[in-house]
Design a protein around this ligand. Structure first.
Ligand SMILES: Nc1ncnc2c1ncn2[C@@H]1O[C@H](COP(=O)(O)OP(=O)(O)OP(=O)(O)O)[C@@H](O)[C@H]1O
Ligand SMILES: [Mg+2]
Length: 374
């Protein structure tokens, strides 16, 4: 699958932009703050219907404007779809209204139905947040990844979160009314929550069985070092009966006005030589750890979707040492990747790094919210 063109209107620091893209390598070059990462984020919107950096869509509307539009033309990967011609994907938001995602001008009834159609993988300076931040960051990452792989997982997650929200509202209501609440309703909600929660846990475990070996291999290739890395899933549920656990926690839940047990509290544990990467891994090891995660993400998406995800490489030459860049460029040269979008502040450095690559490279100069081909 190829993103052939990208159009922006009032997106972040852009008034307007219109780019014709290379099917292989696209470089966005410009000073700090010029709008390079914003271009990658626009592509992220087309793939995942949301920003990679903010959960508040309204922040993507250019300041002082009323709406934004991001439009992309995709050439689908599979032959049947290819025969039907390119697809136009459009994401738009008017301040105060609901976001609209449309395919060939037809708005989706449910935006989630778009997810997984055009997979993308972003490697960015913020990736180490996955290691440094709390469990929510990791759950979000893996939930999003598994959702791209498997639409049924996304449906499951949406259902679970829906029941969870209802449950938490009831707990809040109970506190407001000082205990006068409909306990039967709580038990009904729990009956719905339990099977959904157990399925979520099983799906995450199954996913890791396939994913972990890929991650291991990428880490070893990238770091070529002796430390043992491990990625595991920590849930209270496999050992504990979820239904029973909800009863045990009921008083605590009522006191705290939220549900304190379940897969929404689980964690993915990142280890190195048996210790947390967060405290044990050096900065370089932490970077390798998250890049290995992202490369494994690319590989598993490519295999399951039978199309290569868009690869978005933000600030890659700035942050990586030579060894890792060489390794990444090997993967570029041997066509492990399909279409690539990268950002850098220096054209010479990018050209030097890519000098051994003979394929079509489109270069774009980004300056204060404008972008032009060079
Ligand atoms: N909604 C918005 N309206 C106007 N400007 C915005 C909006 N959102 C972000 N910006 C601006 O966009 C600018 C460019 O951001 P971006 O992250 O794309 O820069 P960059 O070229 O990647 O820079 P760096 O090299 O430092 O990573 C920032 O200065 C930011 O303030
Ligand atoms: Mg940037």
């Amino acid at each position: 699958m190829i993103l052939e063109s990208l159009q922006l209107l009032f997106f972040k620091n852009y008034d307007e932009a219109n780019l014709r893209l290379s099917p292989r390598i696209n470089c966005f070059i410009g000073d700090n703050g010029s709008g390079k990462t914003n271009l990658l984020d626009a592509i992220h919107y087309l793939s995942l219907t949301k920003s990679a950096f903010t959960s508040v869509d309204a922040q993507s509307i250019k300041q002082g404007e009323e709406f934004f539009v991001v439009k992309g033309r995709f050439q689908p990967a599979d032959e049947a779809a290819e025969a039907a011609g390119p697809e136009a994907i459009q994401v738009s938001l008017r301040a105060g209204q609901k976001k609209v995602v449309a395919r060939n001008k037809q708005p989706y009834d449910r935006i989630a139905d778009h997810i997984g159609r055009y997979p993308a993988v972003l490697i960015s300076p913020y990736d180490t947040d996955l290691i440094r931040q709390g469990s929510e960051e990791r759950r979000k990452y893996f939930d999003s990844l598994i959702s791209q792989l498997d639409h049924a997982y996304l449906e499951l997650l949406i259902s679970y979160n829906h029941v969870l929200r209802q449950r938490n509202s009831l707990l809040k209501l109970a506190a407001e009314r000082q205990g006068g609440y409909d306990r039967d309703y709580l038990l009904v909600l729990d009956e719905q929550l339990v099977p959904l929660g157990l399925q979520l846990v099983a799906a995450r475990q199954q996913f890791l069985l396939d994913f972990e070996p890929l991650f291991q291999r990428h880490y070893q290739l990238l770091a070529d070092s002796r430390e043992e890395v491990l990625l595991t899933y920590k849930s209270q549920l496999p050992e504990t009966d979820f239904a029973k656990l909800l009863r045990v926690q009921e008083r605590k839940d009522l006191a705290l006005q939220r549900t304190t047990a379940g897969p929404h509290k689980d964690d993915f544990v990142f280890l190195m030589d048996g210790l947390p990467v967060k405290s044990y891994g050096s900065q370089g090891q932490q970077k390798s750890y998250v890049i290995a995660l992202k490369l494994a993400q690319f590989e598993i998406l490519a295999a399951r979707k039978q199309q290569k995800p868009l690869l978005l490489l933000d600030d890659i030459f700035d942050r990586l040492d030579e060894k890792r860049i060489v390794r990444l460029l090997q993967l570029v040269a041997d066509h492990t990747f399909g279409q690539i979008f990268l950002t850098d502040t220096h054209l010479d450095r990018t050209d030097l790094a890519l000098s051994s690559i003979t394929e079509q490279i489109n270069r774009f100069r980004v300056e204060a919210g404008t972008v032009r081909a060079v």
